[in-house]
Design a protein around this ligand. Structure first.
Ligand code: AMP
Ligand code: MN
Ligand code: MN
Ligand code: MN
Length: 293
C-alpha cells in the first residue's frame, strides 16, 4: 500500500457530485458519506463549478482517515459522444478556472432558455422559473442548471413519467428540444486545469461512445498530446473489459490511473458511492501528493 494511505482503508472514489451541481447531497454530506463507507479518499467533482469545494474541505478536516481532493468535471468539445475531463487537486481560486467556469456557466445560461422555448413550442407548459426552482430546492443555484433539472421540471409538470422519459422524448442529444452549449476544446480545458495546479483525467471513457478500441486509442492519443495526465479506468459505465483496456492505454501512454463512481445520489439511483471498487493502491504517492492537499 502506498504510504499516503496509512489508514488501512483500501478503496477510493475520485468522482462525486453534490447539490451544488446536479447531485442530491450537500458537499459536506458527500464527504461524510465517504468517511462512513470507510473510503481512503474522496474527490468532489461538480460539473462546471468549484462552489462546493470550501464546504467539502471543511467537512473533510473532521475525518482523519479520509483524504480529500478538490475537483471539478468540465464538459469539453467531444470528438464523439460525450467528453468530460476531471480536474483534480485544483486551486479553486485560480484565475484560469474562474475564466473557464465563467465561459461554461454562460454557455448554460444561454442554452437553457432555448431548450425551454423549444419545449413550449412543442406545447408543454414549462418555464425557466420552474427549472430554476428545481435547482434551488436541491440546494443549487442558477449558475449550474443542467438538463437533469429540466427533466425533473418536466416530470413535476406531469409532462413525462420520469426524468429518463424527458431525455428520451425531448432533451437527449438530437431530440426535438435539444440545444447544445458552448464548451472549450479539450486542450483549453486541460490547460485551465493545469494552470490551476491540477491534473487532468479522462472521465468515464465509455461515454465517448467509440465504435472500437482503435477509435478510443486515437482519442486518448490526441488528449495526451493536449496534456492529459490520467484516465478514469474504474468507472460505473466501464465493463471489466473496458477497464482492462484503459489500464493498457495508461501503461502505453504513461498515464495515471484513477477511478470513481460518478455518485449523484437519487439522481442516478444505480450508482453507489465507492463502486466500482478503485483500489487505493493504484494511486502512487507521487500522484497522491498532487491530488490530496
Ligand atoms: P447538461 O450538462 O446540462 O447538458 O446535462 C447533462 C446531464 O444530462 C447529465 O447529468 C447526464 O447524465 C444527463 N443526460 C444526458 N443525456 C442523457 C440521456 N440520453 N439520458 C439520460 N440522461 C442524460
Ligand atoms: Mn451530472
Ligand atoms: Mn460526466
Ligand atoms: Mn460526473
Amino acid at each position: 500500500m502506498p504510504s499516503w494511505c496509512a489508514s488501512g482503508r483500501r478503496f477510493v472514489d475520485l468522482h462525486a457530485h453534490s447539490a451544488v451541481s446536479d447531485g442530491q447531497f450537500s458537499p459536506a454530506d458527500v464527504v461524510a458519506m465517504a468517511d462512513q463507507l470507510k473510503l481512503a479518499a474522496i474527490a468532489l467533482t461538480d460539473h462546471d463549478t468549484v462552489d462546493g469545494l470550501a464546504e467539502a474541505r471543511r467537512s473533510a478536516a473532521q475525518f482523519p482517515d479520509l483524504r480529500f481532493a478538490a475537483g471539478i468535471e468540465v464538459s469539453a468539445e467531444p470528438p464523439s459522444g460525450t467528453l468530460h475531463i476531471l480536474g483534480l487537486g485544483i486551486d479553486a481560486e485560480a484565475a484560469s478556472l474562474v475564466d473557464m467556469l465563467a465561459t461554461l456557466q454562460k454557455g448554460r445560461r444561454e442554452r437553457n432558455p432555448k431548450i425551454v422555448a423549444k419545449l413550449q413550442a412543442l406545447g408543454l407548459a414549462i418555464t425557466m422559473d420552474d427549472v430554476s426552482a428545481v435547482a434551488r430546492e436541491a440546494g443549487g443555484t442558477d449558475d449550474i442548471i443542467s438538463r437533469g433539472h429540466i427533466a425533473e421540471a418536466l416530470r413535476r409538470g406531469g409532462h413525462v413519467r420520469d426524468r429518463q422519459q424527458a431525455f428520451d422524448l425531448y432533451i437527449a442529444a438530437g431530440g426535438p428540444a435539444y440545444v447544445g452549449r458552448q464548451r472549450l476544446s479539450p486542450a483549453d480545458s486541460i490547460a485551465a486545469i493545469h494552470a490551476a495546479g491540477g491534473l487532468a483525467f479522462l472521465a468515464h471513457p465509455p461515454q465517448l461512445k467509440c465504435d472500437n478500441n482503435a477509435q478510443l486509442d486515437r482519442i486518448v492519443h490526441n488528449l495526451v498530446e493536449a496534456g492529459l495526465d490520467g484516465i478514469e479506468a474504474y468507472c460505473s459505465d466501464c465493463t471489466a473489459e473496458q477497464t482492462r483496456h484503459c489500464i493498457d492505454l495508461a501503461r502505453q501512454y504513461e498515464l495515471f490511473l484513477i477511478g470513481g463512481s460518478d455518485f449523484h445520489g437519487a439522481v442516478k439511483p444505480d450508482v453507489r458511492m465507492g463502486h466500482p471498487r478503485t483500489p487505493a493502491a493504484v494511486i502512487p504517492d507521487e500522484l497522491a501528493d498532487r491530488l490530496f492537499r
